[in-house]
Design a protein around this ligand. Sequence first.
Ligand SMILES: [Zn+2]
Length: 243
Amino acid sequence: MLSERELKKYDRQMMIKDFGPEGQEKLKQAKVLIAGAGGLGSPISVYLAAAGVGRLTIVDCDTVSISNLNRQIMYGEKDVDRQKAQSAQETIAGLNSDIIVRGIAEKIAEENVDDLVGDNDLIVDAMDNVPTRLLINKVAIKKSIPVFHGAVYGFDGRVTTIIPGVTPCLRCLYPKIPPSSKFPVVGVAPAIIGCIQAAEVIKYIVGIGELLTGRILIYDGLKSRFLHIDVKRKTGCDACGHI
Ligand SMILES: [Zn+2]
């Protein structure tokens, strides 16, 4: 049940058509795993917390470095050298005391990914490398839960929502693993893409609107353009082909 305080806090979003206190209650009951607490994970965590998602788990094994601060807006200069998971937990807990937030300082790997996903209802993919994204993809397919995928490069980004067995999975979209190296990024790119991922999560939980399923939304920041590409499941995909 929503408290008096929560009814006040979320008043403006509950005014949205078909949202109401019922939608807010769904957000309160939701359990969300945010994989990565960097440029994407920052706005995702902040906006899901502000919207009242009841349980947030944020996983990141890194510490904050000075070169993160142009885009990782959960942290400030005082956080340099601190664990991101710990620092993120404090920032998010400070934004909304009506939710439960837990930061986990672990590297997502084959051995622990199943436990980390646990009983979460969905995963937000805020990673910066394809191998870890594919691990998340695999567990999401196994548990039949959605993945909200976002990626950025420079001024650009892309976002899509993956429903196992219905839409292409990440393996369908990334048949080859691109080499991972340091890449350029300006903070507004993950802010825009992360906010779209968070909007998708909120719509999915509340059950309103249309999702970015079966299509990728591409943001061309330098040209200020959004475009769509329709995508289909890959026949014989080694991750999702069996379902
Ligand atoms: Zn697939």
